[in-house]
Design a protein around this ligand. Structure first.
Ligand code: IPE
Ligand code: IPE
Ligand code: MG
Length: 242
């Protein structure tokens, strides 16, 4: 499989993934939804390994949206506990592959034990520069843009910023992770054709790869297929074909 990644001409620097279909995967097997989430955690691990192998610098996974707080409390609680147990189980792999963990979203809204556990790994991996693993947690793109707008307005009010100088870069600089490049490729599993409030600004010119595969079945082979599809795309950015 390593050979296959090497055969690809273009490797995106940043791949963002909407991990969807855990519930349906479990339902089809007569299992509780949380079993789908657990199996999905294994897919995250597989994709991180594959990305490191392929040379992808940034991987962002949509793990929990601002809208997901609406789910039944036991599912929300199960997801938060799974996050903690996954960190405990896989932190060593982050070190082995020199992967820096980052969080994108409303960190303060997460339960305290989750924040404390995350903070430990954020600090322990802060110095790695080769690869970055971003977990979108309590993330919503509209909230992110509204928050950015608020901070820009505060700077204008304080006289630190001239409103005439506000441009696209100003907005980008006030998003959660301004130093991270936009994803070149966005993958959504389980066949849904929507963004569900994910990185609306950053995905403006990204290539989309939608697969019917449920997230728990998305592993190295499926990741390779997505990169292969990306290699077949002609990115014109509003220009004309060369
Ligand atoms: C994705 O799987 C995981 C989260 C959104 C947390 P779902 O839980 O949305 O699974 P489906 O879409 O119900 O199958
Ligand atoms: C999107 O999946 C959010 C995450 C993957 C975390 P959802 O299952 O919540 O999205 P909808 O409800 O199908 O739009
Ligand atoms: Mg879903």
């Amino acid at each position: 499989m390593t050979e296959s990644f090497q055969s690809l001409e273009k490797i995106p620097r940043h791949v963002a993934l909407i991990m969807d279909g855990n519930g349906r995967w479990a339902q089809e097997r007569g299992l509780p939804r949380i079993e789908g989430h657990k199996e999905g955690a294994q897919s995250v691990r597989a994709v991180l390994r594959a990305a490191a192998k392929a040379g992808v610098e940034f991987i962002t996974v949509y793990a929990f949206s601002t809208e997901n707080w609406k789910r039944p409390p036991q599912e929300v609680d199960g997801l938060m506990k799974l996050l903690v147990s996954s960190l405990n189980a896989y932190e060593q792999e982050l070190h082995d592959n020199k992967i820096r963990l980052r969080i994108m979203g409303q960190f303060e809204r997460l339960p305290l034990p989750v924040r404390l556990r995350l903070q430990k790994t954020l600090d322990a991996t802060r110095h790695y520069t080769d690869h970055t693993f971003i977990i979108a947690l309590s993330y919503g793109s509209r909230t992110e843009i509204a928050e950015a707008t608020k901070r820009i307005a505060e700077k204008v009010k304080a006289g630190e910023l001239d409103p005439k100088k506000i441009d696209e870069q100003t907005v980008a600089d006030h998003l959660y992770l301004p130093d991270v490049p936009d994803p070149e490729l966005m993958i959504r599993t389980s066949g849904e054709l929507r963004l569900s409030n994910f990185m609306l600004w950053q995905l403006s010119y990204s290539e989309f790869h939608i697969t019917d595969t449920y997230w728990p079945d998305f592993r190295e082979e499926q990741f390779f297929q997505a990169l292969e599809a990306f290699n077949g795309r002609d990115r014109r950015y509003g220009g004309v074909k060369k």
